[in-house]
Design a protein around this ligand. Structure first.
Ligand code: GLU
Length: 471
C-alpha cells in the first residue's frame, strides 16, 4: 500500500519550528517510501484561524522546500462532508443527541469532583428514551465503546493501551452543527487515505478516541508516530524567550533553509553520529524507529555551525538565490560595484549568516560612512598617514589590479617603509572599509576596484592628517 502522510497545522499563528519539524518528518517518511505527502489546513476554529497564518504556513513550507503532493485541503470547505458523516453515525446508532445544558454539565462535574472521580460526561442521553427538552439545540456525541481497551503500536512510544472506561462520549458536533477537532481529523484521515499519522505528542491523548471513531466508521486506523516536543536549551518548553521560534524568523536572521532543515532533522532523530545531511541523504536515512523518545533541546550554536557549513558548501548560485531577499531587506544597491557573485564567493567563507554577509559587503558598493571609532583610535596614528601614502603610491603605479600584483605592491610598500605588514595592514583595511574586518587586503582592494581604493586611501590620509595632534 502506498504510504500517505500529512501535515495538518491549525492556522492560528506562524509556522514554528516544532510544527516544521513535524512537517519535515512526515515529508521525509513519504519521500523515503515513495509515498505522498498531503497538506491539510485545520481551520475549523474560525475565531483563531486567520488567512495571514495560512499564508505564513505556506510560505514557511515553501521556503523549507517541503513540497506537498496534494492539498492544501481546508477543513472549512468540508463541512458538508462532516455533516454527512455525523448523520451516518446517528443513523447507525453510533452517535446520539445530547441535550445537556451548560449548567447541567457543570453540576455533573461538580458532583464527580466531590466524589473524587475524574470529571467526565456520564452518558445520560446515550440510551435515553426521554423526550428532548424543548428549545434546546443538542450536541452530537459519539458512542464510545463502554468496555475493552483501545490499543495501538506507536512507532515512537511503543504500545499504548487505554481502557475504554477512561473515555467518555466525545462531542463530535456542537449545538450549532459545527464538527469538533477529533472528529474532523478522523474523517479527513479516512477520506485522504492517510496511512501514517506523524504528529506532536501533545495529541497522544486524542489518539484512542480517534481510533474508536475510525473503527465505528469501519476503517482500520493508520500507523501513529507521536514525536516528542522541542525544548529550549534550559530544558523548558520552547517559547519566544528562547529566541526565534517562527521558521521565517530564521530566514530573516540569515539562515539557509538547508541549514535549518538539517538542524530540524537532528532535533529528535539520529542516524549514527552523522550530523550533516543533504536533502537526499536525510530522505535515504530516515526512519520512524530512529525518532528519539525523549524531548530534544534546541542548540543555537549548532544551527550557526550548520549554517556556516552550508554557506561554504552550497552551490554559489543557491547562496545567491537565498541572498536576494536579504539584499532587498538591507537595501543594498548592487548596481555600482563589483560582480556580486565575486563578493559572495569570498564572503561566504567568512560569515555566520546571510545577514552578516550582506552587512559586511556594503563597503564594496558604498563609500564607508565613517571609521569605526575604536579601530580608528588604535590604527590611525600620526605616522599612519605616511604609511598609507606609500602604499597608495605603490598601488597607483600598478599596471594590473590583480590579487598577486596587489599583494606584492603592499609588500613593496612595507619594505620601503621598513615596517611589518601589521603596522599598516589594519589601517589600510580601515581606510578601505571603514571597519576592521574584511577579506585579505589584496582581495578587498581587488573587489573595491582601483579608483575607489585609491580615493579611499587618499581620504584616510587626509583624515589622519587632520586629526588633532596629541599635546
Ligand atoms: N491541527 C493539529 C495541530 O495543529 C494537528 C492535528 C493532527 O496532526 O492530527 O496541532
Amino acid at each position: 500500500m502506498k504510504v500517505r502522510t500529512r501535515f495538518a497545522p491549525s492556522p492560528t499563528g506562524m509556522l514554528h519550528i516544532g510544527g516544521a519539524r513535524t512537517a519535515l518528518f512526515s515529508w521525509l517518511y513519504a519521500r523515503r517510501t515513495g509515498g505522498d505527502f498531503i497538506l491539510r489546513i485545520e481551520d475549523t476554529d474560525r475565531e483563531r484561524s486567520t488567512q495571514a497564518s495560512v499564508d505564513a504556513i505556506l510560505e514557511g513550507m515553501r521556503w523549507l522546500g517541503l513540497e506537498h503532493d496534494e492539498g492544501p485541503f481546508y477543513q472549512t470547505q468540508r463541512f458538508d462532508r462532516y455533516r454527512e458523516v455525523v448523520q451516518q453515525l446517528l443513523d447507525n446508532g453510533q452517535a446520539y443527541y445530547c441535550y445537556c445544558s451548560r449548567d447541567e454539565l457543570e453540576q455533573m462535574r461538580a458532583a464527580q469532583m466531590a466524589r473524587r472521580e475524574k470529571p467526565r460526561y456520564d452518558g445520560r442521553w446515550r440510551d435515553s428514551t426521554e423526550a428532548p427538552p424543548p428549545g434546546v439545540e443538542p450536541v452530537v456525541r459519539f458512542k464510545n465503546p463502554l468496555t475493552g481497551v483501545v490499543a495501538f503500536e506507536d512507532q515512537v512510544r511503543g504500545r499504548i493501551e487505554v481502557s475504554n472506561a477512561e473515555l467518555d462520549d466525545l462531542i463530535i458536533a456542537r449545538s450549532d452543527g459545527t464538527p469538533t477537532y477529533n472528529f474532523t481529523v478522523v474523517v479527513d484521515d479516512i477520506d485522504m487515505g492517510i496511512t501514517h499519522v506523524i504528529r506532536g505528542d501533545d495529541h497522544i491523548n486524542n489518539t484512542p478516541r480517534q481510533i474508536n471513531i475510525m473503527h465505528a466508521l469501519g476503517y482500520e486506523p493508520p500507523v501513529f508516530a507521536h514525536v516528542p516536543m522541542i525544548l529550549g536549551p534550559d530544558g523548558q518548553r520552547l517559547s519566544k524567550r528562547h529566541g526565534a521560534v517562527g521558521v521565517m524568523q530564521y530566514r530573516d536572521d540569515g539562515y539557509c533553509p538547508e541549514a535549518l532543515l538539517n538542524y530540524l532533522v537532528r532535533l529528535g532523530w539520529s542516524h549514527g553520529d552523522q550530523e550533516i545531511f543533504s536533502r537526499p541523504e536525510m530522505i535515504a536515512a530516515f526512519s520512524l524507529e530512529a525518532i528519539n523518545r525523549a524531548p530534544s533541546s534546541i542548540n543555537p550554536d549548532k544551527l550557526v555551525w550548520l549554517n556556516q557549513h552550508y554557506l561554504k558548501t552550497l552551490p554559489l548560485a543557491r547562496v545567491l538565490a537565498e541572498l536576494e531577499w536579504h539584499v532587498a531587506a538591507q537595501a543594498l544597491d548592487l548596481s555600482a560595484g563589483p560582480d556580486w557573485a565575486d563578493v559572495v564567493a569570498v564572503q561566504r567563507e567568512r560569515v555566520r549568516t546571510l545577514v552578516e554577509l550582506v552587512a559586511a559587503s556594503r563597503c564594496f558598493y558604498e563609500e564607508p560612512s565613517g571609521y569605526d571609532e575604536t579601530a580608528a583610535a588604535r590604527q590611525f596614528r600620526p605616522e599612519t598617514a605616511g604609511y598609507l601614502e606609500t602604499v597608495q603610491v605603490e598601488l597607483a603605479g600598478l599596471a594590473g589590479w590583480t590579487d598577486t600584483a596587489l599583494h606584492d605592491a603592499i609588500a613593496r610598500a612595507c619594505d620601503r617603509l621598513g615596517i611589518k605588514l601589521g603596522k599598516v595592514g589594519p589601517a589600510l583595511r580601515l581606510a578601505l572599509t571603514g571597519g576592521s574586518s574584511s577579506p585579505a587586503l589584496e582581495i578587498t582592494l581587488h573587489l573595491i576596484g582601483r579608483e575607489r581604493s585609491l580615493a579611499r586611501i587618499g581620504r584616510a590620509v587626509a583624515f589622519v592628517k587632520n586629526l588633532p595632534g596629541k599635546a
